[in-house]
Structures are given as structure tokens and as C-alpha cells.
Design a protein. Sequence first.
Length: 39
Amino acid sequence: MSDGDADRLMWKVIIHMTFVLSGLLFAFMDKIVGDTKKH
């Protein structure tokens, strides 16, 4: 595996983890908002 391939793979992993984390954050915020007491 050349340096270019490793670099490309690293960026793909970083971008993928960014999407995963943002998805988890959205789900977490949705849960927090849904757990508030209804008036």
C-alpha cells in the first residue's frame, strides 16, 4: 500500500466517522427533546 492509498483511506475513515458522530448527536438531541415533560 502506497502513501497515497493510506492517505486516501485515512480521509475516508475521518469523513465516515464525522457522519456517524453527527448522526448519533442528532439521535441523542432528539431523545433529549422527546424526554421533556409535556404540559
